[in-house]
Design a protein around this ligand. Structure first.
Ligand code: PBG
Length: 319
């Protein structure tokens, strides 16, 4: 009877797997604060991505870990840069069998670790950053990305990137806007995952955890500027924001279960304090209940595998 009246369900196709690829790596590097997640080599990226797609995940979100960084984040727009190379390789291997996404942000590529370029006083300069985002967007589109995820929270970034794509004929490359992205301590393990060089924080461009209303203003702006999907991030601590955005949004809404959320589940599970698999499915279901069409989660491939194999007995309550 519980199954008969259940309101929400999980489908592998709703899940997006974020993946890290490291330039010049000859073997995988584990990320200590995210047990089970690695910085991939190009070949292991292809293997893991292929497996995830075979299990039915809806998409892959790629992050690059470059060998060299500079003030402008040159590697981000270089066709030979690690992220663009990985996009090209995945598009070649996987074609249109899944949605290939790229994080569109400079922080992995800048030596100061900020999401944009800095002015002479060391502050992030919004409008010169947009010029770099346009260049980065074109490089990602040319490499074969289907869906670009501008995640820098710069004002006007969606309009700028859409304009650059349209001007070069990339009419069918879509935008997944990180619309309501909070200045969050839950991104902690991600810093290790991408070898971030950030000193300080991103409070001048990411949202204040105290505020909900401005998420709706960001939504209005991103939709007007041409966003095709919008995202709320982090996930579980912001389900109220997700619900508000989902109710107001004319386009599909996603949520990102971020690195710190993953790390907390893994740490508690390793201590035997929670039932890992059930906690994972319960949290993913919570995103669906709050209104997310898609969920970005480091568990995407593993969970898709559970469904592909028919859920094991202890998880059948989720069918
Ligand atoms: C920015 C970006 C970040 C994350 C995704 N894209 C880091 C930040 O904004 O500080 C965090 C993802 C996670 O913590 O899992 N490129």
């Amino acid at each position: 009877m519980r199954s008969l009246v259940r309101e929400q369900a999980l489908r592998p196709a709703d899940l997006v797997l974020p993946m890290f690829v490291r330039e010049g790596a000859s073997e995988n590097r584990p990320i200590s604060s995210m047990p089970g997640v690695v910085q991939h080599t190009m070949d292991s990226l292809v293997r893991a991505a292929t497996e995830a797609v075979e299990r039915g995940v809806g998409g892959l979100m790629l992050f690059g870990v470059p060998e060299h960084k500079d003030a402008l984040g040159s590697g981000a727009s270089d066709p030979e840069g690690v992220l663009n190379q990985a996009l090209a390789r995945l598009r070649f291997e996987l074609g249109d069998s899944t949605v290939i996404m790229a994080d569109l942000c400079l922080d992995e590529f800048t030596d100061h670790g900020h999401c944009g370029v800095l002015d002479e006083r060391g502050r992030v300069d919004n409008d010169s950053t947009l010029i770099r985002y346009r260049e980065m967007a074109l490089a990602q589109a040319e490499a074969g990305a289907h869906l670009l995820g501008p995640s820098g929270m710069m004002d006007g970034q969606i309009a700028a990137v859409r304009d650059a794509l349209d001007a070069e004929g990339h009419l069918d490359v879509a935008l997944y806007a990180y619309t309501a992205k909070y200045a969050s301590a839950f991104y902690g393990p991600f810093r290790e995952a991408v070898g971030s060089s950030l000193q300080g924080d991103r409070r001048t461009y990411q949202q204040d955890p105290a505020n909900g209303r401005e998420a709706l203003r960001e939504l209005e702006l991103d939709v007007a500027e041409g966003a095709d999907l919008v995202m709320v991030k982090p996930g579980l601590p912001y389900l109220d924001v997700l619900r508000d955005v989902a109710e107001a949004s004319p386009v599909p809404v996603g949520a990102y279960q971020v690195s710190g959320e993953y790390a907390m589940v893994e740490a508690a599970a390793a201590n035997g304090w929670v039932d890992r698999d059930r906690v994972i499915l319960e949290s993913l279901l919570a995103f669906r209940r709050a209104g997310a069409s898609t969920v970005l989660t480091y568990y995407a491939s593993e969970v898709a595998g559970w469904f592909a194999g028919g859920l094991p007995d202890h998880l059948r309550e989720f069918l």
